[in-house]
Design a protein around this ligand. Structure first.
Ligand code: UD1
Ligand code: UDP
Length: 384
């Protein structure tokens, strides 16, 4: 007997974090995996699929330039409903907190399909930050049947909201599976960016600061403040190279290129595929980011992170003191970055390796629990 597991993702981080699980499930006895990309992202998703040599079974191709949340949600509901009708999965796996995650869960719920939520239980407690992700994650949690949460804190959040303990599995985060896999692979083959990569111009003898930023709640003033801080830092530290792979969201592109395009030591580059981005993280002195995934990855390889947000749903990384919330205030960003560049003791303190979000084996734990759940359900006569 085999179970039809349908995995749905649509954006870059979902794909990176589902890729290791897909690799495991593809070879797991008793599982038939069907991968559905909603195509909420296009180029940035293709980069991930190529990096992990992953092919999808359906591509719903919903992305439009400058899409609105409601326009996107409408398209997702229509196309996912048809995909579920066609595949008739025994369970739908969704990931995290994007519009794809929640709408894929909602469409499954409306068809009485069981839902497994990967990276469940993270919370800031603030519905406006990250927006709309905190709501997406909570809403998905309300209708999911199985909750794969990275940490005991995630489990505690779910229990507090009334989720039955028996439906929760603490697994670690699959992003660490992805990161360790890529690092090992790169070390094995002595991987380096190709000579025609925009990263090949970076000088190995000069320090490099890596930047990413794309959060909707920072559009407008917050983003401008971040860019002004980067411009100021680039002037104060002419020997430091500031590398910013700029997210394709048109709001981000306009803000970043508008303020930072003419600075000699700021390198604005296209979003990087996972090979190149992991290489950049390894090469960075420290990282300025508002990304969720990077907050989990960077500490695992001992890179200090200044988080361009006021709250995080990943508090475990703050405890060791290697990740610091700095928000979007220009002066604060400049001050904390300067301390990391000027104070070797402070830099050393923030450079300790620790990985509260995983040990590289989250995918196997998820697969094991998933199979046990499907068998139990089947034995109870409710599926397959
Ligand atoms: C989305 C997620 C966010 C996640 C982020 C990861 C929602 C509401 N937001 O935000 O949670 O952290 O992805 O990156 O689900 N675009 C392209 N090509 C691409 C990707 C995006 O051109 O490959 C442009 C398009 O114009 C698109 C726009 O970016 O309309 C916004 O994409 P969208 O997925 O709606 O939002 P993100 O800001 O990427
Ligand atoms: N990432 C990447 N290329 C880039 C920037 C980020 O591959 O140019 C990876 C990064 O390692 C992390 C993930 O993308 O695993 C984070 O995605 P993003 O910042 O888009 O979303 P978030 O984590 O904020 O949801």
């Amino acid at each position: 007997m085999s179970y039809q597991v349908m995995m749905v993702f649509g954006t870059r981080p979902e794909a990176i974090k589902m890729a290791p699980l897909a690799r495991v499930l593809r070879h797991w006895p008793g599982i038939e995996l069907n991968i559905c990309s909603t195509g909420q992202h296009r180029e940035m998703l293709k980069q991930v699929l190529d990096s992990f040599e992953l092919s999808v079974d359906q591509d719903l191709k919903v992305m439009t330039r400058g899409q609105t949340l409601n326009g996107l949600s409408e398209q997702l509901l229509i196309h996912l409903d048809k995909a579920y009708e066609q595949i008739k999965p025994d369970i739908v796996l969704v990931h995290g907190d994007t519009t794809t995650s929640f709408i894929a869960a909602l469409a499954a719920f409306n068809r009485h399909l069981p839902i497994g939520h990967v990276e469940a239980g993270l919370r800031t407690g603030n519905l406006r930050s990250p927006w709309p992700e905190e709501a997406n994650r909570r809403l998905t949690g309300v209708i999911a049947d199985l909750h794969f949460t990275p940490t005991t804190k995630g489990e505690a959040n779910l229990l507090r909201e009334g989720v039955p303990k028996a439906s929760i599995e603490i697994t670690g985060n699959t992003v660490i599976d992805a990161l360790l896999w890529m690092r090992t692979h790169q070390q094995d083959i002595h991987w380096h960016p190709a000579p025609d990569s925009p990263l090949a111009v970076l000088d190995d003898n000069r320090r490099m600061v890596l930047i990413t930023g794309h959060r909707r709640e920072s559009f407008g003033g917050g983003f401008r403040n971040i860019c002004l801080a980067l411009a100021d830092l680039a002037l104060r530290y002419p020997d430091v190279q500031f590398v910013y792979p700029v997210h394709l969201n048109p709001h981000v592109q306009t803000a970043v290129y508008g303020v930072l395009s003419d600075k000699p030591n700021i390198y604005l580059v296209a979003p990087q595929d996972y090979q190149h981005f992991v290489w950049l993280m390894g090469r960075a002195h420290f990282i300025l980011t508002d990304s969720g995934g990077v907050q989990e990855e960077a500490p695992a390889i001992g890179k200090p992170v200044l988080v361009l947000r006021n709250v995080t749903e990943r508090p475990s990384v703050l405890e060791a003191g290697t990740v610091l919330l700095v928000g979007t205030d220009t002066e604060r960003i400049v001050k904390e970055s300067s301390q990391l560049l000027d104070d070797p003791a402070h830099f050393k303190h923030m450079s300790r390796v620790h990985s509260p979000y995983g040990d590289g084996h989250a995918s196997e734990r998820i697969a094991t629990r998933l199979c046990a759940w499907l068998s139990k359900r089947s034995a109870a006569g409710r599926a397959v």
